[in-house]
Design a protein around this ligand. Structure first.
Ligand SMILES: CC(C)(COP(=O)(O)OP(=O)(O)OC[C@H]1O[C@@H](n2cnc3c(N)ncnc32)[C@H](O)[C@@H]1OP(=O)(O)O)[C@@H](O)C(=O)NCCC(=O)NCCS
Length: 212
């Protein structure tokens, strides 16, 4: 048994922590958060701010990041990895994950999510509550698939993209990096990098250029 540090004690942090508890893999779980008023969250102690992470590396051998922002999550994940923390995959016991799928470190798979055969999920992703990733999908680093979003077979989603709640992606689509797919959108054609798409069918509403 090992101890787990979770960076981020906000709403997403709570959900990740509960999933981690339910796995029974860790003796002790603690949060780090920059809100110094927090003492305990869902019964789990908040033992310092983010930048104290090195002070806890002896007591907590494993760490994950529970920050919603895709880029920030990945920055912190990289720092933890470089500091020698083990970065686990956290899989809620009520999710369904194919034994023929691959999931890299720091990704969290939350309650009711389904990942089907030959799907490949990179580092630091959030596969949120009741989201689905079908067969042969390739999901890049730091992607967030929000609650209830459905990704059909053989879809590629590149790094740091975010699918809003209830979004749907039809099969054989490629979505670029740093894309935002608005809540409820239905994507039926390929999407370039760094745009926001919305609607049914999804259309480009904003382009971020070099901002991201
Ligand atoms: C996509 C999103 C981030 C855009 O937010 P924003 O940058 O503040 O954008 P705006 O509200 O200014 O909207 C820009 C345009 O897109 C449209 N739009 C935004 N979200 C839309 C949606 N979900 N469906 C349809 N159109 C949408 C707006 O109507 C507006 O259109 P217009 O320019 O023709 O008037 C936000 O609307 C959204 O869907 N967030 C998802 C939240 C979510 O899933 N959270 C889960 C957390 S776990």
């Amino acid at each position: 048994m090992e101890n787990l540090l979770i960076l981020g004690a906000g709403g997403h942090g709570k959900v990740v922590a509960e999933a981690a508890m339910l796995t029974g893999r860790w003796d002790d779980i603690a949060f780090l958060d920059n809100d110094t008023t927090l003492n305990r969250v869902i019964g789990i102690p908040v033992i310092g701010s983010f930048d104290t992470y090195l002070d806890h590396s002896k007591a907590y051998s494993s760490a994950v990041v529970a920050i919603g922002n895709n880029e920030n999550r990945f920055v912190w994940l990289t720092k933890l990895e470089q500091a020698g923390f083990k970065i686990p995959v956290i899989i809620h016991p009520s999710s369904i994950v194919s034994k023929f799928s691959q999931i890299e470190s720091g990704t969290v798979v939350l309650a009711g999510a389904v990942i089907n055969a030959d799907a490949s999920i990179a580092k630091g992703c959030i596969l949120n509550t009741s989201s689905t990733i079908d067969h042969d999908c390739v999901i890049g680093n730091g992607v967030h698939v929000s609650p209830g979003a459905n990704v059909s077979g053989t879809v590629t989603i590149n790094d740091f993209s975010w699918l809003g709640v209830g979004a749907s992606i039809v099969n054989n689509i490629t979505i670029g990096s740093h894309v935002i797919v608005a809540a409820g959108a239905v994507v039926i054609s390929d999407i370039p990098d760094s745009v926001m798409v919305a609607g049914v069918p999804a259309q480009i509403k904003q382009s971020y250029g070099d901002e991201l």
